[in-house]
Design a protein around this ligand. Structure first.
Ligand SMILES: [Zn+2]
Length: 217
């Protein structure tokens, strides 16, 4: 037998369920981009219940991606993040960078004081020289694919793809990166849905289909 040394390993998808940071760490500041003097807290904690919902969706997405033949890494697999490296959004990005992820998918849920707001949006890095110029186009393409696929699989309202320059975890990414806001936990109907396994599975399925549209397996 001759070993097949030329076969490339399957692409790796890096899943980053939002929040789950101990409050004492979450309040610490970090620069929003490499070399930036603008500092931002690592984690404000998110909406009530968000950390658990994000993790549940990420675990389901992991299962689906593995079944489809992707490799998967997760920044946290339990309620609390344990990355070292400061455990902030820089650490989350670096975790995915180090693994040369084909795509970093950050999973969050939204919150608003306007209780009627609902629906799904996907945040992508805004173009910034030296930070995101290398990943901008691929991230935007991935963001559009994920947004479309999650819309289709959930039937949720479409809040679109939004370019953001202020998200530390996207600015430090050296691999294409997107952040899916899977719905509003401050909206009664959407919150109830987001807490059910059936709906989490639909979101996860959307993530799988969105990834599959842009990351060849
Ligand atoms: Zn969040």
């Amino acid at each position: 037998m001759i070993a097949q040394v030329t076969a490339a390993p399957p692409p790796l998808v890096c899943l980053d369920p939002g929040h789950g940071t101990p409050p004492a760490v979450g309040r610490q500041l970090e620069p929003i981009g490499p070399g930036s003097r603008t500092l931002k807290i690592k984690d404000g904690g998110g909406a009530v219940g968000e950390a658990a919902v994000a993790l549940a969706i990420a675990r389901r997405a992991r299962r689906l991606l593995l079944a489809r033949g992707y490799r998967v890494a997760m920044t946290r697999t339990g309620p609390t993040i344990h990355l070292g490296d400061g455990n902030g959004n820089i650490a989350r990005a670096r975790f995915c960078n180090r693994r040369h992820a084909a795509l970093m998918v950050r999973i969050h849920a939204d919150g608003s004081t306007v209780r009627s707001l609902h629906g799904v949006s996907t945040l992508v890095p805004a173009w910034h020289r030296g930070w995101t110029d290398d990943i901008f186009a691929r991230s935007l393409r991935a963001g559009r694919a994920l947004q479309k696929a999650v819309m289709r699989s959930t039937g949720a309202a479409d809040r679109g793809v939004v370019q953001r320059g202020d998200l530390t975890g996207l600015n430090w990414a050296n691999v294409p990166a997107v952040l899916v806001e899977t719905g509003f936990l401050t909206n009664q109907t959407e919150s109830r849905r987001l807490k059910t396994g059936a709906y989490q599975q639909r979101v996860a399925r959307g993530i799988l289909l969105g990834v599959a549209a842009v990351v060849a397996r």
